[in-house]
Design a protein around this ligand. Structure first.
Ligand code: XUL
Ligand code: CO
Length: 437
């Protein structure tokens, strides 16, 4: 059955088109820098926002009108949404989707029954995959929604909850493997604290690391070769989330000997909440060899929470693709739209229009970023700024040939220092030139 009636395959028509159901920049087979756009961007639909969210907010219930409305039996509903997902991805030319275990199968009364239901949906997905090219970018476990996770999952004060979360993640990893998922994501939903007055910080962090080590061991045991990703977020739902930002997560992973097993899943809106730019988080992952995947969205600079809006800011997507290209591009990762339509954009058409907007903005950003890197003006400016490290005393510092004594000797003979302008405004104007012409 067709769920999104009246909407055909979304095709590239070019920047001049007036057709809102067409791409203006995303041209999947167009080659940019020796690689097709579809291979650069590796778009993915987020199951939770696109099929689960109904636009509820703290002041009102959901507003969404969806083609599966009226189906009441939970398993029939889960299957209808999955069929709709394959149709949606195919029509949009999106090659991947991402899911939490509980997005694709509702939780039953017991863990055993929930797992059984999950198996039924997994078989259903595998059937759908036989006639479709749509695949799984990543899977994850929702260990934050159910009230049992009130104090967290791996960092709960209650060992029974730790055990339950382990069982849930074990199953979610098996399911992700079974579906050929290329990555498995850990987003610490409620891994954090509200107050240190009731928190054993050391035990919680140790337990979090124990949990991740168990996941690494289990992946080895079952032969899951996908990439483990960890998704930083500084706050929300807890006041302090342990995976605060990329730098914090890298420090945590290194402290506990986990760094070889993980890369980052960077979310734009989470960067904003951490008072960083999206580019900063991507750059931090890149320079540490931990650039993995991206949750593509954007926040609102006037709001302090995770609004998960579709990315339409060309400035941000350009710099994100600039970092992505500098990182060598995606390998197992991609651009997952962890984005939801606004509450007032409640029609099924809006799901398409929103994804088209996000895909076009990233495709456009890719083209601009590629041009920036091919010209090399910004790279040249950076290289020039640090040229003092290419020869003389700077080269000695970089080569490890200098120490405090030799540097003192040098400084005593060279204390009339000359600095040069950083030319920030010039560089911002050059960037504007690339983006806006
Ligand atoms: C929450 C968030 C999650 C993760 C997956 O802020 O970003 O949806 O992406 O659990
Ligand atoms: Co996310």
């Amino acid at each position: 059955m067709e769920y999104f009636k009246g909407i055909g395959k979304i095709k590239y028509e070019g920047a001049q088109t007036d057709n809102p159901f067409a791409f203006r920049h995303y041209n999947p087979d167009e080659v940019v820098g020796g690689k097709k756009m579809k291979d650069h961007l590796r778009f993915a639909v987020a199951y939770w926002h696109t099929y689960q969210a109904r636009g509820a907010d703290p002041f009102g219930s959901g507003t969404a009108i969806r083609p599966w409305d009226g189906i009441t039996d939970p398993m029939s509903l889960a299957k209808a949404k999955m069929e709709a997902n394959f149709e949606f991805c195919e029509k949009l030319q999106v090659p991947f989707f991402c899911f939490h275990d509980r997005d694709i199968t509702p939780e039953a009364d017991t863990l055993a029954q929930t797992n059984k239901n999950l198996d039924e949906i997994v078989s259903f997905i595998k059937e759908l995959m036989k006639t479709s090219e749509v695949r799984v970018l990543w899977g994850t476990a929702n260990a934050f929604n159910n009230p049992r996770y009130v104090h967290g999952a791996a960092t709960s004060c209650n060992a029974d909850v730790f055990a339950f979360a382990a069982a849930q993640v074990k199953k979610a990893m098996e399911v992700t493997k079974e579906l050929g998922g290329q990555n498995y994501v850990f987003w610490g939903g409620r891994e954090g604290y509200e107050t240190l007055l009731n928190t054993d910080l050391k035990l919680e962090l140790d337990n979090f690391a124990r949990f991740l080590h168990m996941a690494v061991d289990y992946a080895k045991e079952i032969g899951f070769t996908g990439q483990f990703l960890i998704e930083p977020k500084p706050k929300e739902p807890t006041k302090h989330q342990y995976d605060f930002d990329t730098a914090t997560v890298i420090g945590f992973l290194k402290t506990y000997g986990l760094d070889k097993h993980f890369k980052m899943n960077i979310e734009a809106n989470h960067a904003t909440l951490a008072a960083h730019t999206f580019q900063h988080e991507l750059a931090m992952a890149r320079i540490n060899g931990m650039f993995g995947s991206v949750d593509a969205n954007q926040g609102d600079m006037l709001l302090g929470w995770d609004t998960d809006q579709f990315p339409t800011n060309i400035y941000d997507t350009t710099l994100a693709m600039y970092e992505t290209l500098k990182a060598g591009g995606f390998t197992t990762g991609g651009l997952n739209f962890d984005s939801k339509v606004r509450r007032a954009s409640f029609e099924p058409d809006d799901l398409f229009l929103a994804h088209i907007a996000g895909m076009d903005t990233f495709a456009w950003g890719l083209k601009i970023a590629h041009k920036m890197l091919s010209d090399g003006k910004l790279e040249d400016a950076v290289a020039k700024r640090y040229e003092s490290y290419k020869s003389g005393i700077g080269a000695d510092i970089v080569a490890g040939k200098a120490d405090f004594k030799s540097l003192e000797k040098y400084a005593l003979a060279n204390d009339k220092i000359v600095n040069k302008s950083g030319r920030q405004e010039l560089l911002e104007n050059i960037l504007n030139g690339y983006i806006y012409g």
